[in-house]
Design a protein around this ligand. Structure first.
Ligand SMILES: Nc1ncnc2c1ncn2[C@@H]1O[C@H](COP(=O)(O)OP(=O)(O)OP(=O)(O)O)[C@@H](O)[C@H]1O
Ligand SMILES: [Mg+2]
Length: 167
């Protein structure tokens, strides 16, 4: 199989608020069954972005940093869709992963799923996921790269770019 060059968008965030706003822009555009993975080191801004995604998507309750619950379910008023906020930081092995039911969550066509530490479940992440990589550049600057390997999902990222940056 040929190695596909992913479609990608790079941007810089200068503050937690800006990261949150970028998340909101993306969250407002997510179609059903979308998967967003957030990859980066501790404190990179994954949860800040996830909170923005939840707000933009329309979650009734704010997304929080998970403590013991690795999967948090959110709902919104306008339809019966669910947003799953998944944090795999504490997942150590296949058993942990199986007990979370991530496979079933990803099959739920009415849901969107936001996953922190996706590298803990690399084999389960679908081909059409939106992958967001966070690279800390300084105390307050983060380099974000949003990418996908799926042409249809790339349209969502183009709409995101238009919405966030006007281009
Ligand atoms: N540009 C920025 N974007 C996001 N967070 C920033 C930025 N600049 C500074 N910060 C700080 O970095 C921290 C990011 O925390 P956050 O919980 O979002 O990270 P995380 O990647 O989810 O970490 P963890 O892996 O521990 O869950 C916050 O304390 C925030 O104030
Ligand atoms: Mg986090």
């Amino acid at each position: 199989m040929p190695v596909l060059e992913p479609f990608s968008i790079e941007c810089t965030s200068h503050s937690e608020e800006q990261t949150h706003r970028l998340g909101m822009r993306l969250g407002a555009l997510l179609p059903r069954h979308a998967v967003v993975t957030l990859q980066g080191p501790l404190g990179a801004g994954k949860t800040s972005f996830a909170r923005g995604v939840g707000a933009g998507w329309g979650a009734e309750q704010p997304l929080r940093s998970p403590t013991f619950t690795l999967v948090q379910e959110h709902h919104r008023r306008q339809d019966d869709a669910t947003l799953y906020h998944v944090d795999l930081y504490r997942v150590e092995n296949e058993n942990d992963l199986a007990s979370l039911g991530l496979g079933e969550i990803l099959e739920d066509e009415h849901s969107v799923c936001v996953i922190e530490w996706p590298e803990r479940a690399a084999g389960l992440i679908p081909h059409d996921a939106i992958r967001v990589k966070f690279e800390p550049v300084s105390d307050t600057r983060r380099q974000l790269t949003l990418s996908t390997q799926d042409a249809q999902t790339w349209q969502v990222l183009l709409a995101f770019r238009k919405s966030a940056f006007g281009v």
